[in-house]
Design a protein around this ligand. Sequence first.
Ligand SMILES: [Fe+2]
Ligand SMILES: [Fe+2]
Length: 175
Amino acid sequence: MAVRNATDLFLTELGDMYSAERQITKILPQLAGESADAEVKSAFEMHLRQTQQHIQNLDQCFSLLGTQPPNVDCEAVKGLKKEHETFKKENPPEDILTMFDLGAALKTEHYEIASYTGLIGMARLMGQTQVVNLLEQNLNQEKEMAQKAEQLSRQLGQRLAGPPPQSRAGQQPTA
Ligand SMILES: [Fe+2]
Ligand SMILES: [Fe+2]
C-alpha cells in the first residue's frame, strides 16, 4: 500500500503484525511437535492459543479503525522461519533443536514486543484508546512468552551443559 502519512504508516505496521501473527500460528504447532520436552511443548501450545487471540484483537483494531488489514508480508518472521528450516537441515539432535527453537521463539517475541510498543505509542497519539487496550493485551502476552522462553532455555541449557566442573579450589586464578 502507498504510505503517505502517519496513519498509513500505522496501518502498514499493524498489517505487518497481522501477517506476523498469522505466520506464527503456522510455525508454533511445528515447534510444539518437534519438542520432546513436555514443558516446552506446552509453552508453544499455550502461546498458539494466545496468538489466535492476538489475530482476533488485530481484526478488532482494523474494524475499530474502519478498515481492512492491508496486504503486507512480515518479512522478519519469514526470515526467522527460513533460519529454522536451514538449521533443521543440519539434522541436530532433538534437545539441540529444542534449544534452537527456544532461541527463535525469544527472537520472535522480541520482534513482537518492539512492534507492539511502537504501535501502542502511535495509537495513543491518534487518540485510539480501544486500539491501545487491544494492543496492550497482545504486548503483555508477548512479554510473558519471552520470559517463559528465556526460563525454559536456561533450564535446558543447564541440562545440556551437564553438572558444573568439580571444585577448582586448588587452582590459582590465571592472570
Ligand atoms: Fe503475538
Ligand atoms: Fe508471540
